[in-house]
Ligand binder design. Sequence first.
Ligand SMILES: NC(=O)c1ccc[n+]([C@@H]2O[C@H](COP(=O)([O-])OP(=O)(O)OC[C@H]3O[C@@H](n4cnc5c(N)ncnc54)[C@H](O)[C@@H]3O)[C@@H](O)[C@H]2O)c1
Length: 361
Amino acid sequence: MLKGLDGAAQCGRASESACFFLKKRTKKLLSVCAATPGLLRGGVALSFVRQIHTGEQMAGIVEGKVVVVTGAGGGIGREIAVMMAGEGAKVVINDLGVSVTGDGGSATPAEQTRAIINQRGGEAVINTESVSSWNSARRIVQCALDTYGRIDGVVNNAGILRDVIFHKMTEDDWNAVINVHLSGAFYVSRAAAEHYRKQESGSFVHMSSTSGLIGNFGQANYSAAKLGITALSKSIALDMQRYNVRSNCISPFAWSRMTGSIPVNTPEQKARMEKIQQMTPDKNAPMAVFLTSDGAKAVSGQVFATRHNEIFLMSSSRPVRGVHHDGGWTPTEVGQIAIPALKGSFMPLDRSGEVFTWDPV
Ligand SMILES: NC(=O)c1ccc[n+]([C@@H]2O[C@H](COP(=O)([O-])OP(=O)(O)OC[C@H]3O[C@@H](n4cnc5c(N)ncnc54)[C@H](O)[C@@H]3O)[C@@H](O)[C@H]2O)c1
């Protein structure tokens, strides 16, 4: 089971996440590590030592589950795949290996993720199909069934950007982004749903964005896709509740190649960039792994945001204020009565950064 790990010396050097892998692996390795507890560092490592002394072997939070993570060749997806495996899941690492704009393609990013997982004793298989067509998405899900015999979780994380101001956005800019994010989430979810329905269980986690939930410049395609994903998720949660299937969204924050293109020309921008760089992609993984676990069985149809060490529950749309006119309205009366009555509660034309005004903590 353990690949590339050779006992206490490596165990002592292991990072926290590596120790997560170690603590639930073979008894042989546990006894090797138990003999050298002084080598272990950090909270996770110490709890590992405690488990050894009490003879308890803790299962991972998603032990035995089979989970597809799309776009797992880098950034947030890689961290989610690695943590899933660290918590006992068998992972399908799906990634096309494209550029931020969706060009090119390579198996190397997915292979690198698999190497990390295998090195830490986890199980994973690679799939390099695109999420953005009905048939290839079905093959991604089939890969889980062919390799591990079932599917329990999907994390729809794959994504690209084609940022451009709206009045210059081309049909191709629009379609490319909608196809990967919104249609891709639909295709992969739809393929998994057939199996979820039969087995009467399953989890979906979809990556949304504050660009859609709140707003951003030059991202009409991306924002529309990302807000659309929250409606897709809620619809799945409603339609598949009867089969114990759950569907939730995460709006992540991370320094990744997607955020790496933000211009840095002034000292203020440089200071802001340093703050953004603290938000490492791994900080988004615990929520995705928890939502895939049985511990989240009462959590469905929700949108969470994860930013460094912060977790937020995001709101859904609700009526803010109402006005009634006996006998109905004329257009003039809408302007004269309704709009002045509602105006005090108008939503501002704001952007994500104007709502998340404080530094990540
Ligand atoms: N980084 C952030 O701050 C942030 C903020 C909000 C939302 N998100 C969302 O989180 C997700 C991950 O973002 P990231 O920053 O890690 O990006 P990333 O560019 O590092 O990773 C995206 C991955 O998706 C893969 N991919 C692209 N098109 C694909 C396709 N058709 N099929 C399969 N794989 C494909 C790419 O090869 C890449 O490895 C995206 O959905 C993104 O929109 C990120």
